[in-house]
Design a protein around this ligand. Structure first.
Ligand code: ADP
Ligand code: ZN
Length: 535
């Protein structure tokens, strides 16, 4: 039976999509593969069809390693409905049920067996595999969500590391690893960790043309979000991502008070509440889920019309993964993010203060920088996003910058003024100051603090008076985003800390005017055109 007839007769689909046919043929013939495909593109069939083909030709059972219990249940349920012998082994089964699955596995009754990574590497499970292997009845290993093996991925799961045992112990059994996120670094890490050097690499386009990307400057994120939902997505389903649990709860409340039906979701809520909220989100129409990144993996809701970020994600992979949950049905959907100075400060600080080794931090900083340059960009967002995944493309005409090319202004002079003020102030007082104070000096505000330090006597006092505060904040943000300025937390006696601004190696080029600073025009709240732009 051909791969295509399996697709048609078992799954009821007329044809393969994209690279599926090629991948299926390669894997069914016993080749190793690493498959990179965006969410919703149809990764599951890439191992399910080969599993059926190989079982029919007498190769035995395919083991599918998957990190999420809910996802396993869905897949096994769907396969059984199609008449495919599929089972799962995980912590939700009692001993008798597990024993029954094991018995069927050994009897050769199963085409697919799904298991969690921590189970696969137990001695008991490996003994089962040993038996099958000895009889030549291990057809294929499918490792889903393979980026979990990489600490550079956004969802590192240490249990995935143990999966290298599969190749070491059963070298002749073909393997297919699949993921929807892998920048160059994560990809290399998957190959190394899972010893897939000889596997064929299948990379699909990561473009999601129906998603419109918009990144706005954050002023009052809550108000901006409410306006965005009311104007663009009233009554529609969406996900709003926030950084902290507290913010999740506050924002869900606020949305409800504005008549937008919203539910909170984060890891601190009791399991029953999380489950209930997730079920409602999937089942009901038009609910908004306000969540931390704990929500979303494995959620297959086709009609999510928008994904909003009110806080900056950690990197482009996270951003892509989270925004990718919008518009899985192929209909127009929005990826909307509000981004501001504090986001840059927070993310930088989280990296600085993490206990990770320096070379690890350097990688995290590099990844954050790539996301910041996407957020600061005045050209096509999609071109930048895809370029990050190694794809080149043309301006998309479906992102904020393409649809409404931003007017920019030359912030080079303002940036030089800012940096020299920071330098002078630190020189004079022998200590670093925060953004508020620097802006006061620059704009010529003789506050108590300014006078107390004698900063009204500096040559830079008031030289930036011609710029508005939002303009100068935008300059600050871009300098921080591009590393021409750094934040240094200073511990206060109270035990809290205070962020100060310090120059970096990269400041020099800006100070000398060698590195131009281009900024998007800061919209003023009163201008009608600006309000449209801020969407
Ligand atoms: P992924 O794991 O890549 O996110 P899935 O494997 O869950 O994607 O597939 C997404 C959806 O697309 C599923 O509903 C699946 O049945 C459907 N699908 C995948 N391949 C095909 C195909 N060749 N023809 C029709 N539908 C498909
Ligand atoms: Zn574009």
């Amino acid at each position: 039976m051909s791969d295509l007839s399996i697709l048609q007769q078992v799954f009821g689909y007329p044809s393969f999509r994209g690279a599926q046919a090629e991948i299926v043929a390669h894997v069914a013939a016993g080749g190793d593969a690493l498959v990179l495909m965006p969410t919703g593109a149809g990764k599951s069939l890439c191992y399910q069809v080969p599993a059926i083909a190989r079982a029919r030709s007498g190769h035995g059972t395919t083991l599918v390693v998957s990190p999420l219990i809910a996802l396993m249940h869905d897949q096994v349920g769907a396969l059984r409905e199609l008449g495919v012998a599929a089972e799962l082994l995980n912590s939700t089964l009692d001993a008798a049920q597990a024993a029954e699955v094991e018995r069927r596995l050994l009897r050769g009754d199963l085409t697919l067996l799904y298991a969690a990574p921590e189970r696969v590497t137990t001695p008991r499970f490996l003994a089962l595999l040993d038996t099958l292997h000895a009889q030549g009845r291990l057809a294929l290993f499918a490792i889903d969500e393979a980026h979990c093996v990489s600490q550079w991925g956004h969802d590192f799961r240490p249990e995935y590391r143990g999966l290298s045992v599969l190749h070491e112990r059963y070298a002749g059994v073909p393997r297919v690893a699949l993921t929807a996120t892998a920048d160059a670094l994560t990809r290399a890490d998957i190959i190394e960790r899972l010893q897939l050097e000889d596997a064929r690499l299948f990379v699909s386009s990561f473009d999601r043309p129906n998603i419109r990307y918009t990144i706005v400057e954050k002023r009052d994120a809550t108000a901006q979000l409410v306006r965005f939902i009311e104007r663009e997505h009233a009554g529609e389903a969406g996900i709003v991502y926030c950084q902290s649990r507290r913010k999740v709860e506050e924002l869900a409340d606020t949305l409800c008070r504005h008549g937008i039906e919203a539910l909170p979701y984060h890891a601190g809520l009791p399991a029953e509440v999380r489950q209930a909220h997730q079920d409602r989100f999937l089942r009901e129409d038009g609910l908004v889920m306000v969540a931390t990144v704990a929500f979303g993996m494995g959620i297959d809701k086709p009609d999510v019309r928008f994904v909003a970020h009110v806080d900056l994600p950690k990197n482009i992979e996270g951003y892509y993964q989270e925004t990718g949950r919008a518009g899985r049905d192929g209909l127009p959907a929005d990826a909307w993010m509000a981004y501001g100075l504090q986001d840059v400060v927070n993310q930088r600080r989280m990296i600085d203060e993490s206990p990770a080794p320096d070379e690890f931090k350097a990688v995290l900083r590099g990844k954050l920088d790539a996301l910041l340059s996407l957020a600061e960009s005045t050209d096509c967002r999609r071109v930048r996003l895809l370029a990050y995944f190694g794809e080149s493309s043309e301006p998309c005409m479906n992102c904020d910058n393409c649809l409404q090319p931003p007017t920019t202004w030359d912030g080079t002079e303002a940036a030089r003024m800012l940096l020299s003020t920071i330098y002078r102030v630190q020189q004079t007082s022998g200590m670093a100051f925060g953004a508020g104070h620097i802006l006061d000096v620059l704009r010529g505000k003789a506050t108590d603090k300014v006078q107390q330090h004698g900063h009204e006597r500096l040559s830079t006092f008031g030289i930036g008076a011609a710029y508005s505060e939002p303009q100068l904040r935008a300059v600050l943000r871009q300098l921080l985003a591009t590393g021409a300025l750094a934040v240094q937390p200073v511990a206060l006696a109270s035990g809290r800390s205070f962020d100060t601004l310090v120059l970096t190696e990269a400041s020099r080029a800006v100070l000398r005017g060698e590195r131009p600073v281009r900024l998007r025009e800061v919209a003023t709240a009163s201008a009608a055109g600006a309000r449209r732009r801020e969407r």
